[in-house]
Design a protein around this ligand. Structure first.
Ligand SMILES: NC(=O)c1ccc[n+]([C@@H]2O[C@H](COP(=O)([O-])OP(=O)(O)OC[C@H]3O[C@@H](n4cnc5c(N)ncnc54)[C@H](OP(=O)(O)O)[C@@H]3O)[C@@H](O)[C@H]2O)c1
Length: 256
């Protein structure tokens, strides 16, 4: 077996970038950190920021089968022991289903679901006793959302998969935690709102990526199935368990 490493997908920005910085600070015993995203300059900028271990930028579009095959080959060549994997690459686009571009629909499903599930499957042979995985879902996973329907559905997929894996992999002592934040101040928001002002109701609940990631790493260490940052999102989760989803959809669709 090769080096002890952590892998962060979606490392060039937002919560993925935070994962890189906080994992490097918290786990100095790791030998290497593999950081994955499309923007090479952003990944390379992480190298001097992490002094405690080697950072290996891997520039790829994880929605492309050929590029994931390159990652599969690299894993087979290096046979690393993956101590931590944080799968944070994701995107969302606001808008009624009929108004979305076909590519936006495709991108959400491919990136949030297909690439995440396939990557998790590629990493699995290199995870072993004590390994930990963060799968980035969202509080949008808790219930369907008017004008954010594909995104919410794509994140329900992640939450459902993460919860299953939490139990399936428990016998191998591998811990999978679903991270389910509400709105977080990252590039994601401008992309989601097509560069326009963000939904004022959601903007009231904005939190910082460093706080969400710090809580996620703590929950991961405690072996939790779920990491939900902030009291308001815990309340949202509770509400979506007791209020019929048809009522939530009716409330969300008023005046739209
Ligand atoms: N921000 C929020 O309000 C919020 C709330 C709940 C959950 N989340 C979820 O949390 C995760 C992280 O979100 P964030 O807010 O940190 O978003 P972000 O700042 O927009 O970062 C997204 C990351 O994904 C990477 N990425 C996008 N498309 C990719 C592709 N095709 N191949 C490889 N990498 C790709 C981006 O890098 P490149 O562009 O360089 O490829 C970037 O590093 C996502 O799964 C998101 O859905 C976000």
């Amino acid at each position: 077996m090769g080096k002890e490493i952590a892998i962060v997908m979606g490392a060039s920005s937002g919560m993925g970038r935070e994962c890189v910085l906080q994992i490097a600070a918290k786990y100095p015993g790791l030998e290497e950190l593999w950081v994955i995203a499309r923007r090479k300059d952003r990944l390379e900028a992480l190298v001097p920021m992490v002094g405690t271990m080697e950072v290996r930028p891997i520039v790829m579009d994880v929605t492309k089968k050929k590029e994931l095959e390159r990652l599969e080959k690299l894993l087979a060549e290096e046979t690393p022991r993956v101590r931590i994997a944080a799968l944070a690459a994701g995107c969302g686009y606001n808008g009624a289903f009929r108004d979305l571009q076909t590519d936006e629909v495709r991108n959400m499903v491919r990136l949030n679901d297909e690439s995440l599930a396939v990557s998790m499957h590629l990493f699995l042979p290199y995870l072993n006793e004590g390994s930990k995985v963060l799968l980035f879902a969202s509080s949008a996973a808790f219930a369907p959302q008017v004008n954010f329907g594909v995104y919410a559905a794509s994140k329900s997929f992640v939450l459902s998969l993460a919860r299953t894996l939490h139990y399936e992999l428990r016998r191998d002592k591998i811990c999978v935690t679903a991270v389910c934040p509400g709105p977080v101040e990252t590039e994601f928001l401008a992309i989601a709102s097509h560069g326009e002002a963000y939904d004022p109701l959601k903007a009231k609940f904005l939190v910082q990526p460093k706080d969400v990631v710090a809580k996620a790493l703590k929950d991961m260490e405690r072996g939790r199935e779920l990491s939900v940052y902030s009291t308001s999102m815990k309340l949202v989760r509770f509400a979506t368990k007791i209020v019929p989803h048809a009522w939530i959809l009716w409330w969300e669709s008023r005046g739209k």
